[in-house]
Design a protein around this ligand. Structure first.
Ligand SMILES: NC(=O)c1ccc[n+]([C@@H]2O[C@H](COP(=O)([O-])OP(=O)(O)OC[C@H]3O[C@@H](n4cnc5c(N)ncnc54)[C@H](OP(=O)(O)O)[C@@H]3O)[C@@H](O)[C@H]2O)c1
Length: 230
């Protein structure tokens, strides 16, 4: 799916990666980018249309779908790291993690699927993590695993209407989400990761492992061990 003349919605557009997806989609020729966000942001570009969008709010999703009938690319980028323990963490916070990281993206795909079909098929880009495959304490890794499974099933269900579904996995990126990590933690630059993801979208791929660590971890999962685990 080429971005030239596309109409893109980025959720979590005010975040570290979200802002890069907005900027690079425009750089690659998108005609319009809906910047889905819970808070205001000065985009300073007439091609960016701000859209009030809490992905955990079904009514807001319906309103967004009604407002963006010209959409051709949905980037499910919004996400939270969520509760720190499944065992002792607050259940409300655990549910909120799943609402944002799993049910929100599903509701968005359901709401926009008819629009994408009407506009020629289009594409969905789902932002996962290397932690979709590696368990860590807390709600995040299992929510990303669930989201990954959901992406794979939706790819099958959306094939009939010609919608490309791209799942993107990567490790730490230098954004507000990882600001709390110790100094010296290895992080990719958001512009590099967003660029790899959009390259994969434009190359009609189904999955992208956007950094070397993620490539190695995935190779290990499939028995094709290379790199750091060889
Ligand atoms: N950073 C990493 O190391 C890393 C690694 C792998 C995958 N990822 C994934 O990459 C994506 C982007 O993360 P990031 O690193 O750019 O983090 P970030 O800078 O914290 O941005 C996250 C964005 O998501 C938004 N958001 C959170 N909950 C939302 C909701 N209910 N509705 C709408 N927007 C919501 C936030 O908006 P507010 O400002 O309103 O909170 C923020 O704009 C996430 O899915 C994350 O899981 C990140």
């Amino acid at each position: 799916m080429k971005l030239e003349n596309s109409v893109v919605l980025v959720t979590g557009a005010t975040g570290g990666l979200g802002q890069e997806f907005v900027r690079q989609a425009l750089e690659r020729g998108a005609a319009k980018v809906y910047a889905g966000a819970r808070r205001d942001h000065d985009w300073s570009d007439p091609r960016v249309v701000p859209l009030q969008l809490d992905v955990a709010d079904p009514a807001a999703i319906e309103t967004a779908a009604a407002a963006a009938g010209d959409l051709t690319v949905l980037i499910n980028n919004a996400g939270i790291s969520g509760a720190r323990s499944l065992l002792t963490g607050d259940m409300t916070e655990i549910r909120a993690t799943y609402e944002t990281n799993v049910f929100g993206p599903l509701a968005l795909v359901r709401a926009f699927a008819p629009t994408l079909a009407a506009n020629g098929g289009g594409a969905v880009v789902d932002i996962h993590s290397v932690l979709s495959w590696i368990a860590t304490p807390g709600a995040y890794s299992s929510s990303k695993a669930a989201f990954w499974g959901l992406t794979n099933t939706l790819r099958l269900e959306l094939a009939a209407q010609g919608t490309q579904v791209l799942g993107a996995h990567f490790g730490y990126v230098d954004t507000p989400m990882t600001a709390h990590l110790p100094e010296g933690t290895d992080k990719s630059a958001p512009e590099d990761i967003a660029g790899r993801v959009l390259d994969a979208l434009e190359a009609d791929e189904k999955e992208v492992f956007a950094d070397a660590l993620t490539e190695s971890v995935h190779a290990g999962l499939t028995g094709l061990t290379t790199g750091v685990f060889a």
